[in-house]
Design a protein. Sequence first.
Length: 139
Amino acid sequence: MRDCVTQYADKRTKLWSFEAKLLINRSNARECFFQAVSNSSWANFGYLVAAEIGGTDTLKELRMLFAAHGIGLIKLDMENPTDSQVLIPARERDEIDWDMANRLATENRDFLEYVKLVKQFYQTGEAQLGDWDFPGLDD
């Protein structure tokens, strides 16, 4: 973490967080939203991503929550992810919450590996394509 904090001083990158859900509806909208808030507090941009958003009241509720907290909303096209739509853009946070990132890295091995890749990029200025998980690249 210290290496990332030190290297991040020149801000060559922006860190993004995505909380993915298959379905967001009126009954789970707040829970999904606050999971996205909690799990993206370390990032410059946080998004809640959903394959399906049920009901107009759900979208209205989400717009209100997003306006207050700066989390964005993406409607995922499961058949063709490049056709996904940003329904609400995320508001950028200028600073990374490194304390939260450190906590997540100690609790989540996948996040720790992500931080290691970010550190490697900061140190070398290069990203090795094979190190990053790009769905569909191997197809």
